[in-house]
Design a protein around this ligand. Structure first.
Ligand SMILES: Cc1ncc(COP(=O)(O)O)c(C=O)c1O
Length: 402
């Protein structure tokens, strides 16, 4: 059959990405005073993206000293990778195979492809809710969507009981996707004691932990504390995968810098490396160099300064949570419990708003959120906190009265 001239005419439009889709609708909206808190980016008080000062410094030296724009090795910059695994595991990790990837998304995809290739019968379970792209990435690798419960939605709180019960229930040898810190979208993380109990279940049931660590440093302000679950699972000798992103904690969003770090047995490392490179070669060939060179320079010479900046960012997020909660308490009195906002951590606040409330917030207050009702605290300027609180309190009241 010949194609003819219009070769795409049978296609239906693909579903818009739930987060970038809101960005597009926001751009088109004619509403005055519009505010988007949808996308996960850290903004200044003026509501603009910014570049960390350590990144600027590293780029300046690169500009002067960089002598080539050659292809990177398929697995990425070896020195950067060794520094990155140190940041993850707190020291040099024996039997860690690391790949530099295009962002955390690329790391998740590469990990998913490796798992699918070698464990095609395995099932992968993600928290419900989770970052909406997880499902798409693992579906693209050939995995069916599966989830474990994460929230006690009546209380808008993390439910260890639900999560533990589901991890007991699912078939032995499942892959379990875990958010290492600053769970997206809920902002609720298990306590250390709960992580220890989860590790016991996961290891007893021979599940494979696949950590997504997109926010190291931004949860508590301390890189070591945020990596606790990964390091604890590693100490207990679990084979594991970690997909990391430098988009948020170095603000390198568009540079596309992530890593996939796999802990395996010594006799498996060469095979894992070879197959990871084989998949990378036919997917993106080799990762972008610029972000990795920036990160390497920072980790080699500006690490303390970077960690200080991230600590300040994390403090600022906590300050905004407090201010938002106080503002909401003043507006709602005792009619609504907003205390969960301060129990959450990281860049997001899971409001538990329904689809209808999210629509109302946009129609009445020109505040744009994704359908999940997640608020990006990191993009909320202080001057707009009172206004956002008024909008949230309003839609919470309207729907309570229905
Ligand atoms: C939980 C989680 N994982 C992975 C990613 C992907 O990160 P990147 O933008 O580096 O691909 C994000 C980005 O928002 C995220 O929130």
């Amino acid at each position: 059959m010949l194609f003819g001239r219009r070769i795409w005419k049978h296609l239906q439009p693909a579903e818009k990405d739930s987060l970038f889709g809101v960005k597009e609708e926001f751009r088109k909206s004619a509403a005055k005073n519009k505010l988007s808190l949808a996308l996960g980016e850290y903004h200044t008080e003026e509501g603009r993206p910014f570049v960390l000062s350590c990144v600027k410094k590293a780029e300046k030296t690169l500009l002067e000293e960089e002598t080539n724009k050659s292809y990177s090795p398929i697995s990425g910059d070896a020195s950067f990778l060794s520094l990155s695994t140190k940041l993850t595991f707190g020291g040099s990790a024996k039997n860690a195979v690391a790949f530099q990837t295009p962002g955390g998304t690329g790391a998740l995809r590469l990990g998913g492809e490796l798992l699918r290739k070698f464990h095609p019968q395995a099932a992968i379970y993600a928290s419900d809710p989770t970052w909406p792209v997880h499902g798409k990435i693992f579906a693209a690798c050939g995995f069916a969507p599966n989830s474990y419960r994460y929230l006690d939605s009546d209380k808008n709180a993390f439910s260890f009981a639900h999560m533990a019960a589901d991890l007991e229930e699912i078939p032995d040898g499942s892959v379990v996707l875990l958010h290492a810190c600053a769970h997206n979208p809920t902002g609720f993380d298990p306590t250390r004691e709960e992580w220890r109990a989860l590790e016991e279940i996961i290891s007893r049931k021979s599940h494979v932990p696949f950590f997504d660590m997109a926010y190291q440093g931004l949860s508590s302000g301390d890189f070591d504390a945020d990596a606790f679950p990964v390091r604890y699972f590693a100490e207990k000798k679990n084979p594991l995968l970690v997909a990391k992103s430098f988009s948020k904690n170095m603000g390198l969003y568009g540079e596309r810098l992530g890593t996939l770090e796999i802990l395996c047995s010594e006799d498996e490392t060469d095979t894992v490396r070879a197959w990871g490179e084989e998949i990378a070669r036919k997917t993106y060939s080799n990762p972008p160099i610029h972000g990795a060179r920036i990160a390497r320079r920072i980790l080699e010479t500006l690490e303390a300064e970077w960690k200080k900046e991230v600590e300040e960012m994390s403090d600022r997020l906590r300050g905004k949570r407090k201010a938002l909660r106080e503002s909401l308490d003043r507006l709602s009195g005792s009619s609504h419990d907003w205390s969960y906002i301060e129990k959450q951590t990281g860049m997001f606040c899971h409001t538990g708003l329904s689809r209808r409330q999210v629509d109302l917030l946009r129609e009445k207050h020109a505040i744009f959120l994704p359908v999940s009702g997640r608020v990006c605290i990191a993009a909320l300027p202080e001057k707009d906190i009172a206004r956002v609180a008024a909008g949230l309190a309003d839609v919470a009241d309207i729907c309570a009265g229905l």
